[in-house]
Design a protein around this ligand. Structure first.
Ligand SMILES: Nc1ncnc2c1ncn2[C@@H]1O[C@H](COP(=O)(O)OP(=O)(O)O)[C@@H](O)[C@H]1O
Ligand SMILES: O=P(O)(O)OC[C@H]1O[C@](O)(COP(=O)(O)O)[C@@H](O)[C@@H]1O
Ligand SMILES: [Mg+2]
Length: 542
């Protein structure tokens, strides 16, 4: 069987399609307009031929490759197959030599049927399709490639961790070190201490499998972290000065934006440096990937706080428990922890505005639940109701060193509001219990499933860097690990979509008000409509 592949708008050498014979017709490299390259080559599905000519390309347009495959037949004019490709070092270093992957000799992979990921393997972003629908966006499947662009003894890798903590960071650090060492025989690995600013202001640590052997059993980050201090030029100067050629960057949305800038500067300077981002966020606010590491651990640990709140309020009359969970802009932990629990009466998240007074409001719902059960538990994400809190506290907006908005304590505020309302207005005695376990949750080591997930992330990152990809993020898309362009994971924040079924499932489970009807709801409906318009704009721009 043969597959025909044509590339449209690609200005980059498709690195792992090195088997294709490609003849460029145009040397134009600028333009945002998709340009069709006459690249239409019959290639055997798995064993592909050597490249004779690569199109000379500017990296700018490499990102969107539209390929159409049709089993040896003329490609269908437009089956809508889009490959969002990641940059490769040969984009700007076309003469870079490659070597056979040492995994060929590895005992770990000795009996694996397909040790290497084929250049044809891609992961679909959307797996719910209809008959006749376009094939849509795909990403390169992560994993080892037949050829590597670094000799093991010339690799000098470094690892840095930035932003807030989350369970599993140490497992990722450990598995990058062990993966580089055990799979590729790399022994020159540095730890950059204290986040981005550590590149230019701190000493490095030498990382060996022995040094990192036990760190996955601890929470936090063995390398320390920080916010702020991203200075692209100074960081890349330092990378260059130290002769580092693989940079593993573990961090959230802010960190990934920084990683993209580092990659661009590396490319501008023409350095053979693989920049690999590993997404870290307890909030699960990173787009495209299924979920972030540490998230499951956080949800599990949150159960302890919710259960404690439930025990407390069940043991008194008119007990109202409030549990605050993390989630600056995205209420995933609160939503999933609530769905997991069953003792939560109401979940409040940043994406779903709520109101207190009047029909359909929170006070009315609390009173109803107290009448029915004599107690209730509210889970609130830290970013929920921030505008509400700011109004009543007349607070001015302050930011952290990375430019993130510093949040007001909505849990304390809500506790006080409920107390005031029931004591002064309703003349009822209530027992308020407020639990803030946020940092306790974030600081624990990762659970078993997150440890496995962290291992896959780390190994995928190592395979990608060794294969010469640079400026990529790794993560699961529909359960398959993929290489994703960094800009794709930073352009949009992943938030709970109120219009998706998961939020409806939660509302159906808790039977709480949706806050979309009633006196205070008008603004919420408007907000929802605006949100939906923004979401649609994002979808159509993809
Ligand atoms: N737009 C940006 N460009 C470059 N660096 C950034 C950007 N946003 C954040 N950073 C850097 O990334 C690091 C972590 O960012 P932060 O927002 O604190 O955490 P997280 O990466 O977990 O979201 C900080 O050192 C910060 O300076
Ligand atoms: O660690 P800090 O600076 O107190 O920040 C707390 C924030 O960090 C987080 O835990 C994670 O945020 P990041 O992923 O952006 O680092 C948020 O949930 C929370 O709002
Ligand atoms: Mg962030």
């Amino acid at each position: 069987m043969e597959a025909s592949i044509s590339f449209i708008g690609s200005t980059t050498k498709p690195p792992n399609l090195s088997s294709l014979t490609i003849s460029p017709s145009s040397s134009s490299s600028s333009s945002n307009v998709l340009r069709r390259l006459p690249v239409h080559v019959p290639v055997p599905a798995l064993s592909l031929k050597k490249v004779s000519v690569f199109p000379r390309i500017s990296h700018r347009n490499h990102r969107l490759i539209r390929a159409q495959c049709s089993d040896g037949l003329r490609p269908d004019e437009d089956d809508g197959f889009v490959l969002e490709d990641v940059p490769h070092l040969t984009t700007f270093l076309p003469d870079l030599p490659s070597y056979p992957n040492p995994l060929k000799e590895s005992q770990a992979y000795a009996i694996v049927k397909r040790t290497f990921v084929s250049s044809d393997d891609v992961v679909a972003q959307n797996i719910v399709v209809q008959k006749g629908s376009k094939r849509g966006v795909h990403f390169r499947r992560a994993g080892p490639r037949e050829r590597v662009y670094f000799r093991s003894d010339e690799v000098k890798a470094c690892i840095v961790t930035c932003g807030g903590l989350c369970p599993g960071i140490n497992t990722v650090i450990r598995e990058i070190v062990c993966g580089l060492n055990n799979m590729y025989g790399v022994s020159n690995i540095l730890g950059i201490q204290g986040g981005y600013k550590g590149f230019y202001s701190k000493n490095t640590l030498i990382l060996t499998p022995k040094v990192v052997n036990d760190i996955h059993k601890r929470g936090g980050t063995f390398l320390q972290t920080s916010r702020g201090g991203h200075d692209t030029a100074k960081i890349v100067d330092n990378i260059q000065d130290r002769g580092i050629n693989q940079v593993y960057i573990i961090g959230g949305d802010g960190t990934q934006k920084g990683a993209e800038k580092i990659y661009k500067e590396v490319e501008r300077r023409g350095l053979q440096v693989a920049v690999s981002g590993i997404p870290k966020t307890i909030d699960n606010d990173i787009a495209v990937i299924d979920k972030s590491f540490g998230f499951d651990t956080a949800v599990e640990e949150a159960q302890r706080a919710i259960n404690a709140a439930h025990v407390e309020v069940e043991s008194v009359e008119n007990g109202v428990g409030i549990v605050k969970l993390m989630g600056r802009y995205s209420g995933f932990i609160a939503m999933i922890a609530t769905l997991a629990n069953r003792d939560v009466d109401c979940c409040l998240i940043p994406e779903s505005p709520f109101f207190l007074e009047g029909k359909g409001g929170l006070f009315e719902f609390i009173e109803q639940r107290l009448k029915e059960n004599s107690h209730m538990v509210i889970v609130i994400a830290e970013g929920a109701g921030q505008d509400y809190v700011a109004q009543s506290m007349r607070a001015s907006e302050t930011k952290d060193a990375s430019g993130n908005r510093l949040l007001l304590d909505v849990g304390l505020w809500l506790t006080q509001q409920i107390k005031d309302h029931f004591t002064n207005v309703r003349k009822m005695t209530i027992n308020m219990k407020y639990i803030d376990p946020t940092y306790m949750i974030r600081a624990i080591p990762s659970n078993a499933s997150d440890n496995v997930y962290c291992t896959l992330l780390a190994q995928s990152a190592v395979h990608g860097a060794m294969a010469g990809y640079s400026g990529f993020t790794v993560g699961p898309v529909n359960s398959r690990h993929a290489y994703i362009p960094i800009s794709r994971v930073t352009e949009v924040t992943n938030t709970v979509k109120l219009t998706d079924r998961m939020w409806a499932r939660l509302l159906a489970s808790t039977n709480q008000p949706s806050f979309l009807t009633g006196e205070g709801a008008l603004q919420n409906v408007i907000d929802m409509e605006t949100q939906e318009k923004i979401d649609n704009m994002k979808i159509s721009s993809i």
